[in-house]
Design a binder for this molecule. Sequence first.
Ligand SMILES: [Zn+2]
Ligand SMILES: [Zn+2]
Length: 158
Amino acid sequence: MKFFERIFKRSFLAQCGHKTLIRDWVFAFGEGVMTRVPVIDGKVYYCHKCLQKMAIRCAWCGKTIFIGDAVTLYAPKEEFEIPEHAVPYEKNSNRLVGCLRWECALSGADRAGFWMPPGKVERMPSPIETALGTTDPIVFFEDVSNRNGKVSFSKNPK
Ligand SMILES: [Zn+2]
Ligand SMILES: [Zn+2]
């Protein structure tokens, strides 16, 4: 059995205190994605249940934004009625976290960052190079390793 097949069958005690598999489903707001949790120095920081709790809804279309999803940070027009589920980029920011779905983002180049644990936007300074492929949750944590150590999950799973 290959290393990665083996590691996917093992369960880990995550730092959040729950047992978790490396790859499992995360469900929130009626949607689900297969998500791989990062393993850093043999440690898993969050289980899928905890990642699930960090999911939010897009300010514009109301669909789910999971941990690892690419996000936009548009500022609403004055007449826009901000829905209750909308999440501001930061406290007192007038920008709202939105998804990068076709029908929602004006362009993939509007990607402003990623929705990251424990529930914040990790800004990406150069939106073009990795583009839309990063919304795939399976490749997401691989991509994280390419972020030059800007995020806490900066090492490859071993
Ligand atoms: Zn947990
Ligand atoms: Zn949306």
